[in-house]
Ligand binder design. Structure first.
Ligand SMILES: *[C@@H]1O[C@H](CO)[C@@H](O)[C@H](O)[C@H]1NC(C)=O
Length: 386
């Protein structure tokens, strides 16, 4: 019995131990099940902190590195060197202002454009335009550099003769746009004062050449005076390809007239414009210099880029005095001109600046193009084909 009792007790205690062990095991499991996810979370969080700290350290290192590369002093020295090597030994106010702004700010300008804008075609005078509020932030000669951020520079070149009412409307319309686009820009009005037929292409070349004296602009926009932009999101700053900006005009129901059309507004980087030797100087009288320009792109393997017709929309100012010179000599000058890109252009440009006036809204260059002294296609004693 005692033995039985003992056996019973033993069995009982064994059962008890087993039960206890099971309970313990289960508890451990339960506790583990409860604790494990928490530890996992803690673990993940710890890793996260580590990661964040690591990242923060990376960012700090990176910023320090940038700071050392981007010391304003080093930047100013570099920019000065760049300008000097491109021929700017004397420092114009525009250059000084550009270097200071460019080098003291790291962030790129963000345009604050409006989208579709209304076009004010109401008649105005130059004196009224000079009193507009935007003239307060312009510098004499009609240039502007945004103070708070880095931006690209662009020269706007307008071929001009006796269109003051159109020019006034143009300046009133475009200055606020360029300021909103946060461009470093300057407007050059190239005024043909001689009595020879109007020569749009040669005036553009003169404008390019004169603009270079003020600043090595990244970009040049050759702009007819009678075209007013309807959407300010169309940026006047260069992409890699030459661009045709005046894609859709109200006059033509906002459609591109033909695929080769390259008139109205043309935009080039300096390098591309130099590469194609600029415009032809040989088109006296209205028209066809743009077809020549179009062919020059193919000559150097450049592709023309056009923005969408929805954005590159323009209204054309009605011509009050339809003074259009008929071309006197229509021997195949257009076709013939395609053979002489290399001699006819920037390389053969001859002109005389009569006067340069720095107006509050633009740099007015009065120029004599000296038609009589020009060699056709830049070739001395060029003989017209029979
Ligand atoms: C244009 O002139 C008209 C008539 O004088 C005037 O009612 C209108 O407000 C002007 N438009 C703008 C944009 O100034």
């Amino acid at each position: 019995m005692a033995c039985d009792q003992a056996m019973y007790d033993k069995t009982l205690s064994n059962t008890f131990i087993i039960l206890l062990a099971l309970t313990c095991y289960t508890s451990v499991l339960v506790v583990l099940a409860l604790v494990y996810p928490t530890t996992q979370i803690i673990n993940i969080q710890l890793k996260g902190f580590e990661y964040q700290n690591h990242q923060r350290r990376d960012v700090e290192d990176f910023e320090k590195e940038i700071q050392s590369i981007f010391s304003p002093e080093k930047c100013k020295e570099d920019e000065k060197m760049r300008l000097i090597t491109s021929g700017y030994d004397k420092r114009t106010e525009e250059i000084t202002s550009y270097i200071d702004c460019h080098c003291s700010k790291r962030n790129k300008c963000v345009p604050n454009t409006l989208g579709r804008i209304s076009v004010n075609m109401n008649v105005t005078t130059m004196d009224e335009v000079f009193k507009e509020s935007f003239t307060k932030i312009l510098n004499p000669g009609g240039w502007y550099v945004p103070k708070q951020c880095k931006t690209s520079s662009v020269a706007i070149v307008i071929p001009y003769r006796n269109r003051e009412s159109q020019l006034s409307i143009f300046l009133r319309h475009y200055h606020p746009i360029f300021i909103r686009q946060k461009l470093h820009y300057r407007i050059f009005v190239i005024d043909q004062v001689d009595k020879d037929p109007f020569n749009r292409g040669k005036l553009m070349n003169v404008g390019y050449n004169e603009a270079k004296k003020y600043f090595p602009y990244d970009c040049v926009v050759f702009h007819d005076v009678d075209l007013l932009l309807e959407d300010d999101r169309l940026m006047y700053s260069c992409q890699s390809s030459p661009q045709h900006l005046s894609v859709s005009l109200d006059k033509y129901n906002y459609r591109l007239l033909y695929q080769e059309l390259f008139g109205g507004i043309e935009m080039f980087t300096r390098d591309h414009f130099e590469l194609i030797n600029g415009f032809s100087n040989s088109f006296w009288g209205w028209g066809a210099e743009d077809d020549n320009l179009y062919r020059r792109l193919a000559w150097k393997g450049l592709t023309l880029w056009r923005p969408s017709v929805h954005r590159a929309r323009y209204k054309m100012i009605k011509h009050d005095n339809a003074e259009v010179d008929a071309k006197s000599d229509r021997f195949d000058i257009r076709k013939e001109s395609y053979k002489h890109f290399a001699t006819d252009g920037l390389s053969s440009l001859k002109y005389e600046v009569k006067e340069t006036i720095l107006h509050p809204t633009h740099t007015h260059v009065k120029v004599d193009l000296h038609m009589a002294k020009d060699d056709l296609f830049g070739i001395v004693n060029y003989e017209k084909p029979k």
